[in-house]
Design a protein around this ligand. Structure first.
Ligand SMILES: [Mn+2]
Length: 330
């Protein structure tokens, strides 16, 4: 539940601003992109100058290029905030590495988020950890902020909720979530059309890439960890971009006996980025935080400080066992 006073403060900041910069987190998912665009479209309809951005690599994940409002995107190096900054789906400033200077530039910051570990770094913090998605919060507060929902904004917000709930299948899907989804549908969103765009628009190359990646999938007995490593070489071979691989981890989660699923991704710099999901209430968020990242209890990630995949895997394996999540000590 968000306090009325907080919403009034945010509303006053918006009313008093001519231009608004909206920032999403690095490696944005459907919720981050859906929330920046949905909120951006509503603010633009209100007459604000709106720019939306997120840190490098500044690209729209392939499955989200159908979303309305992409013309509001401005690269992080070209961004010049004048009034208000709104951050969405960002637990902390660390998720906004290219924007540290402007975040400390004296601008008012409205922080809208649903992560349990949000550091409340904004001037005003609209944080609801019970919300399934930041897009759900944006919908629930839009009237309080003086905003009007259009069909285009509804499309963006619905996409954010759909992707953060794993198509309404994860346990963050609440009665409220489904109620919001139905209200977005009433505003003109066609669920099947969004589903088609997000989940049925892969290229043959991507399908072949997935087949290749899954053929290298490993399941460990002692940790219950299932994982795949994706190298730059793998991507090049199939002509796939890293930002397209976000959902590959869901295929790993289909394994009946797994407890933790991890995707190890080699970035262009050679650094390994790790995305994790868990089941049975295993708290991988705390492991991710310990390793310099963050996220939710059952969905989290971090950028490895280790050299290469093997070291990264070994470190994660140790952390899982040390945290008591290994299969042997349960
Ligand atoms: Mn989210």
């Amino acid at each position: 539940m968000i306090e009325r006073e907080v919403l009034e403060d945010a509303s006053a900041l918006i009313r008093g601003s001519g231009s608004v910069v909206i920032l999403g987190h690095q490696y944005p998912d459907g919720d981050a992109v859906g929330s920046v665009l949905g909120l951006g479209l509503m603010l633009r309809d209100l007459g604000k100058t709106v720019e939306v951005s997120w840190p490098e690599p500044f690209e729209v994940p392939g499955r989200l290029t159908f979303l309305p409002g992409l013309d509001m995107m401005v690269g992080p190096d070209k961004l010049e905030p004048e009034d208000l900054i709104v951050t969405v789906d960002c637990a902390s400033r660390e998720r906004l590495p290219d924007f540290n200077k402007i975040l400390r530039g004296g601008f008012n910051v409205v922080n809208i988020d649903h992560h349990t570990d949000n550091t409340m770094f904004g001037t005003v913090n609209i944080v609801d950890k019970d919300a399934a998605a930041t897009a759900e919060i944006v919908y629930l507060i839009h009237r309080d902020l003086g905003l009007e929902l259009t069909e285009d904004a509804a499309v963006c917000l619905y996409t954010g909720i759909l992707t953060d709930t794993g198509k309404f299948q994860f346990n963050n899907t609440s009665v409220e979530t489904l109620k919001v989804a139905s209200e977005l549908a009433a505003a003109g969103v066609k669920p099947s059309w969004i589903y088609e765009n997000v989940y049925q628009s892969d290229s043959l190359n991507y399908l072949l890439f997935t087949g290749d990646a899954l053929s290298r999938c490993v399941l460990e007995e002692d940790t219950g960890l299932t994982y795949v490593f994706i190298s730059q070489e793998n991507l090049k071979r199939f002509g796939v971009r890293m930002s397209e691989t976000e959902d590959l981890i869901d295929s790993l989660r289909a394994l009946k006996t797994h407890r933790i699923a991890a995707l190890f991704k080699e970035l262009e710099s050679g650094t390994i980025r790790v995305s994790m999901r868990s089941r049975n209430d295993i708290d991988i968020g705390s492991i991710a935080r310990k390793l310099g990242g963050g996220g939710h209890k059952v969905a989290a990630g971090y950028t490895s400080s280790r050299n290469g995949f093997e070291d990264t895997l070994n470190e994660l394996r140790r952390e899982i066992i040390e945290a008591g999540w290994g299969t042997d000590n349960r």
